[in-house]
Design a protein around this ligand. Structure first.
Ligand SMILES: Nc1ncnc2c1ncn2[C@@H]1O[C@H](COP(=O)(O)OP(=O)(O)OP(=O)(O)O)[C@@H](O)[C@H]1O
Ligand SMILES: [Mg+2]
Length: 447
């Protein structure tokens, strides 16, 4: 399904999300439509395309209810350049810290990786052939052109034999010498290096890299495969073409997930001093969300059609505490529901790779068969709900701490249960949790 995922209908997108995220239907729908609109836009004529800008989304919901999870799952499935950043980490332009333009620079870097992966998949056969050829050539140095016909025939036969043995893994223990790819030092991420400087830095690295010969190293064939695959990939897709494709991908499909947007809102009437730096960050965000051009190492990125999904709990502030211009740029608002006992129970059991399935799989590695009784799972959901009510509501994250608590001993002693089944029943859950739940303090500190 991955191949054509960009053509998925909103219904299909929601169905996909349902496999991982319980409930939150409004949020799923809104995002599904926003993503589908991207694809719809691409079907329009150029002039119309330019006028259709994405409707950015503001997700409002308390912690641990699935905001990030929805965005994360989607981007992975859609294979779009995706980046999640915490709005509260940024500082105003001109101050020490990360400026907001770095979001787009980092997004571009993910686009490069994505394009590289996609191209490698497309070229998998070519890459494999390149790698095999190179390896066999090392083991079987090519004949000079002047070799006799007979020698050439012999050579071909040996080559074919070698190729079979290589495919069967019979040669994996051998070592060969390969040239290491030039170090890929990524100066583009993490800091505030302006793009002009990034290019200078990269050129310097290239020059220095080019001065010395490429390092040669003796490695196992298994290792050599990986190294040669990088080489093959670089030969098949030149940097310029790669950048061009990445640029297109970022501009037309990029998704920025702006987490903790509430933390840069300044609550009105709270008696709090106005915080100029928070507002400064909001103002800096404005042009990027609005549509502007940011210089990156793949070239100037036009942010007009990048989709922004902002999320926040908005406990201490309200969406209306954001500066009006920024509010206006997030016209789609969705509220996520907080998770009740039933939702927590479903989260434990239903999603593909749910927590229960994760623990079963982890212990299966130790040859322990973990069996959860339904009663126990119900109780876990119930205790988690109580804990959320007694201390902070941390949503589904509570399940993680509760499960750890219940399974800590089993996990620790797993070796002694090897080859056996271990049943998690209501009694065990109560034993582990009852005392903690009874006292508010211990709930707060232990769970
Ligand atoms: N509705 C849900 N269905 C399935 N799993 C969920 C759901 N909500 C939360 N989870 C699980 O809980 C954990 C935290 O969820 P997530 O990261 O989405 O929280 P969040 O809403 O982004 O919270 P925060 O505001 O703290 O960032 C994840 O491991 C996720 O799998
Ligand atoms: Mg989150």
């Amino acid at each position: 399904m991955d191949r054509n995922s960009r053509n998925m209908t909103p219904k299909e997108i929601v169905e996909y999300l349902d496999r991982y995220v319980v409930g939150q239907n409004k949020a799923k729908k809104t995002i599904a439509v926003a993503l589908r609109n991207r694809w719809r836009r691409m079907q329009l004529d150029d002039e119309m395309q330019r006028d259709v800008t994405p409707k950015n989304i503001l997700m409002i919901g308390s912690t641990g209810v699935g905001k990030t999870e929805i965005a994360r799952r989607l981007s992975r499935m859609m294979r779009l350049p995706f980046i999640k950043v915490e709005a509260s980490k940024f500082t105003e332009v001109g101050f020490v810290g990360r400026d907001v333009e770095s979001i787009i620079r980092d997004l571009s870097t993910t686009a490069i990786q994505l394009v590289r992966e996609e191209e490698n998949e497309k070229n998998a056969e070519k890459i494999e052939a390149y790698v095999e050829n190179k390896i066999i050539e090392k083991l079987l140095p090519p004949l000079p052109d002047s070799a006799s016909e007979e020698k050439k025939r012999d050579y071909e036969a040996s080559f074919a034999r070698m190729s079979r043995r290589l495919e069967n893994g019979e040669l994996d223990h051998l070592k060969i010498e390969v040239e290491m790819p030039p170090p890929r030092i990524d100066v583009g991420t993490g800091g505030n290096v302006p793009p002009e400087m990034m290019n200078v830095q990269e050129s310097i690295i290239k020059v220095i890299g080019g001065l010395g010969k490429r390092e040669k190293r003796e490695v196992s064939i298994k290792e050599a495969r990986k190294i040669l695959a990088i080489e093959a990939s670089e030969e098949l897709l030149e940097e310029e073409k790669l950048n061009e494709m990445a640029l297109k991908k970022v501009q037309e499909g990029g998704v920025v997930f702006l987490d903790e947007i509430d933390k840069i809102a300044v609550p009105s009437g709270s008696g709090q001093r106005q915080d100029p730096s928070k507002e400064g960050v909001q103002r800096d965000l404005l042009p990027i969300v609005e549509g502007s051009t940011v210089n990156t190492k793949i070239g100037p990125v036009d942010t007009d059609h990048i989709l922004f999904i902002a999320a926040g709990a908005f406990h201490l502030s309200k969406p209306s505490d954001l500066i009006p211009e920024l509010q206006g740029r997030f016209p789609l608002r969705v509220e996520l529901d907080s998770l009740d006992e039933e939702a927590l129970y479903r989260i434990l059991t239903e999603p593909k790779n749910s927590l229960v399935k994760q623990y079963e799989a982890l212990l299966a590695v130790e040859d322990v068969k973990l069996i959860f009784e339904d009663e126990a799972l119900r109780a876990i959901a119930r205790y988690s709900t109580i804990a959320n009510e007694k201390s902070e509501d941390i949503g589904a994250r509570r399940l993680h701490t509760v499960m750890e608590r219940i399974l800590e001993d089993i996990s620790f002693d797993a070796d002694s249960y090897s080859g056996k089944s271990v049943v998690v029943d209501l009694k065990l859950v109560e034993e582990k949790l009852e005392d903690i739940i009874e006292s508010e303090d211990s709930t707060r500190y232990i769970l």
